[in-house]
Design a protein around this ligand. Structure first.
Ligand code: PRP
Length: 227
């Protein structure tokens, strides 16, 4: 039987700005469902959508809040919190990042979205920039950067640079990530030590072919059914 593990038991020597979800049996069940190579398209989508919901709620919790006093239906005061930032900004890296965007649209309507289309070359594994469109007034804001996979971190580093060039501070960028590995975090933090990463899982390693091990396959292909 799986028991709840202490938060850091499986993630030793984490970079200070990397925040993995707690490895609960429930999260492991979702990862097993998604990573299983026998999973159907529908099973993969269901499991990863549930992981992305958990991730997004966790990521939203890392933004800046202020106290908010409300009155409950029973007439009592309750002090909770409200986002300091009037509008939420998020930038997705298509295609896989669009899956996170769809979930965020559901849980946080009114979010202003941008896109940075960077694709990893299938042979060289190097990122190539194709297109970018960011919301006006993104400069100086906290921004969720949406990309489920970070393997070599080439794509993430390029996307962070695009946001910095648009006036977003490195410390205001929060990468929402389903799966990464230690070497990718190192590559990101060599160049961008202030970026925060909220991830659902840090895999063991990167293979020589630049795939994560044990991995989940090509997220975009499996999510959109293009395998
Ligand atoms: C995947 C993934 C990331 C990138 C990660 O996208 O969604 O954007 O690769 O790899 P890296 O860390 O080595 O740069 P891909 O370019 O395969 O496009 P897709 O979203 O269309 O699948």
């Amino acid at each position: 039987m799986q028991k709840l593990q202490p938060p850091s038991s499986s993630n030793r020597a984490l970079p200070p700005n990397a925040f993995p979800l707690r490895r609960t049996p429930g999260l492991l069940a979702l990862h097993a469902a998604a990573r299983n190579r026998e999973a159907s398209h529908a099973e993969f989508v269901t499991a990863t959508r549930r992981i992305m919901r958990l991730l997004l709620e966790e990521s939203l919790a890392y933004l800046c809040y202020e106290d908010r006093l409300v009155t409950t239906p029973t007439g009592f005061p309750f002090t909770g919190a409200a986002l300091v930032q009037h509008e939420l900004f998020a930038v997705s890296v298509p295609r896989a990042g669009d899956a996170l965007e769809a979930e965020l649209r559901d849980i946080h309507p009114g979010t202003r979205f941008g896109k940075v289309l960077i694709q990893r070359d299938t042979v060289t594994k190097l990122p190539r920039m194709f297109y970018q469109k960011l919301p006006a007034q993104i400069a100086g804001q906290q921004v969720l950067l949406l990309d489920p996979m970070m393997a070599t971190a080439g794509t993430a580093n390029m996307a962070v640079k695009v946001l910095q060039d648009a006036g977003v501070a490195e410390a205001d960028i929060l990468l929402v990530n389903v799966l990464t590995c230690p070497s990718a975090l190192e590559k990101l933090y060599e160049r961008h030590p202030m970026v925060r990463v909220v991830t659902s899982y840090i895999d063991d390693a990167l293979t020589e072919q630049a795939f994560m091990r044990p991995g989940i396959g090509d997220f975009g292909d499996r999510f959109y059914g293009t395998t």
